[in-house]
Design a binder for this molecule. Structure first.
Ligand SMILES: C[S@@+](CC[C@H](N)C(=O)[O-])C[C@H]1O[C@@H](n2cnc3c(N)ncnc32)[C@H](O)[C@@H]1O
Length: 193
């Protein structure tokens, strides 16, 4: 939130878990945080310039995904951006939470980049930038990063020159552009400049 606010934006945060919202309010007083479900966002149609979904789409059950991605598209202005980080995998369900010591278990789906791209495309976005890296340390999967733009005109052609590149100080310090047929996660690392 401070990162976005420092760039002149007016960020607001939501999470399904009341405890996450309590901690967010405690750690970042002065920002708006609300308990809400990304499957039914408390925002008007075309009311937001951008959406950040950081490791939160991976809890969506398959039956919820179409509606949830549609909801993301609904609240974004045409031309607005969705950026998401996710654990990348084969889209099959895994049981998460066992190692947290909190006594809570939940379903996690490490979406395949192909499914992620299909979901955003079907909802009216065009994928304009892909990043990824292999698993590191204790991580059990590669990590994926996707920047997608809500379509405002003709669809952006896959592989076309990007209408907008992340700024050079984008938090992900490196990324690889995705090209048709490329193996994933990308083996090459391209530093943005
Ligand atoms: C791995 S945490 C990431 C939290 C935060 N985005 C961050 O980067 O620190 C995943 C969060 O997604 C939230 N979440 C899962 N399903 C959600 C839903 N349907 N709507 C809103 N939040 C959801 C969980 O409550 C959890 O706090």
């Amino acid at each position: 939130m401070p990162y976005l606010a420092a760039r002149g934006l007016g960020p607001r945060g939501i999470d399904l878990a009341p405890e996450m919202i309590r901690v967010a309010r405690r750690d970042h007083p002065g920002f708006d945080f609300d308990v809400a479900d990304l499957r039914e966002l408390p925002f008007g149609d075309a009311s937001l310039a951008g959406l950040v979904c950081w490791y939160s789409l991976m809890y969506l059950a398959p039956s919820d995904r179409q509606a949830a991605f549609g909801e993301l598209a609904r609240v974004l202005k045409p031309g607005g951006y969705l950026v998401t980080a996710f654990k990348a995998g084969d889209s099959r369900v895994r049981r998460g939470g066992r190692s947290t010591g909190l006594g809570v278990e939940f379903d996690v789906y490490c979406l395949s980049p192909g499914e992620m791209e299909r979901r955003v495309t079907d909802a009216g976005f065009a994928a304009v930038f892909w990043g990824g890296r292999p698993a590191e340390g204790q991580e059990d999967s590669p990590q994926g990063y996707l920047l997608a733009q809500r379509s405002s005109g003709p669809p952006i052609r896959a592989g076309a020159s990007h209408p907008a590149r992340p700024p050079a100080d984008y938090p992900c310090t490196w990324a690889a552009e995705r090209v048709a047929g490329e193996s994933w996660p990308p083996s090459g690392r391209l530093r943005l400049s």
